[in-house]
Design a binder for this molecule. Sequence first.
Ligand code: CAA
Length: 260
Amino acid sequence: MEFENVILEKTDAVAIVRVNRPKVLNALNRKTMEELECVFFELKNDAQIKAVILTGSGDKAFIAGADIKEISGYQAGNGTQFAHYGQSVLALIENLGKPVLAAINGYALGGGLEIAMACHLRLASARAKMGQPEINLGVIPGFGGTQRLARLVGEGRAMELVLSGDAIPAAEALRIGLVNQVHPPEELMDKAWALAEKIAAKGGLAVRYAMEAVHHGLQGSLAEGLNLEAKLFGLCCATEDKTEGTSAFLEKRNPAFKDR
Ligand code: CAA
C-alpha cells in the first residue's frame, strides 16, 4: 500500500517506518496518524517481521509533535477525541508483540516524544532534543506524555519537563533514563539496525513474553507482576524454541529459533 506521509521498508526480519513530512519537521497530522495505524497494523500481522525501527525523514527532526495547525482548530469535543485516537495508535505500537525501536534522529517534541515513549527502546542521535512543549501552546500532552514520561523518568523529572516545556539534549535524556543509547548522528541508523537484528534473531515468543512481563508487570503490584512472570515463564517452557535454545546450549552450537 502507498502512503503519503509514511514510508515503510522491509528487509528480511526488520522493518523501518519513516514519518515523512520533513517540511513541517514530521509533525503528526490526522492523516499521518491514520497511516501509522495502517502500517503498524500490517507489521503486527506480518510474521516475517520480528523488529521495527521508527524514525523521521530528514536530518532535523524525528517528529516535532502533533500538527499545531490542526490543534488550533480543536474544541473540547474533538480535542478529547483526537487525544483518544492518538493514544490508541500509540497503544497499538506499545502492544505490537514485537520490539519497536525509536531512532530519534532530531527533535522529538510533544507527540514526537510521546510516540518514542510508546516504543520499547529509544536510541538517539547526539544532536537530538526531546521535550513536552505543549504547555507553551496552552495545552498539555495528549498522547500519553503525562503518564509514560513519569513512569520512565519519575514524577519529579516528568513534572519539570511538562511544566517548563523545555527541551533537553540527548546526553541529558540518557542521564535520566529517557533514552537507552546516544550515538553520533551518522551512526544512529546502523546502531538501531544492529540492535533490531540482534533481537530479531532471538525466539519471537520469548521476546514477546519478556516485553509483556516487563511492561504489564509495571502496571500492577510486585506480587501480580511476579505471578505474570511465572505464568509467562511456564508458557515459554512449552515452546519448541525453549527445547531448541536449551539443546543448542548443551550441544555447544547456535540456536535456530522458529518462533514456535
Ligand atoms: N506542527 C505543525 N508544524 C510544525 C510543527 C508542528 N508541531 N513543528 C514545526 N512545524 C513547522 C513550522 O511551522 C515550520 O513551517 P513553515 O516553514 O511553513 O513556517 C517548519 O515546520 C519548520 O519549523 P521552524 O521554522 O519552527 O524550525 P526551527 O528550526 O526554527 O524550530 C522547532 C524547530 C524548535 C522544533 C520548532 O519548529 C517548534 O517549536 N515546533 C513546535 C514543537 C511543539 O510545540 N510540539 C508540540 C506540538 S503539540 C502536541 O504534540 C500535542 C500532543 O501531545 C499530542
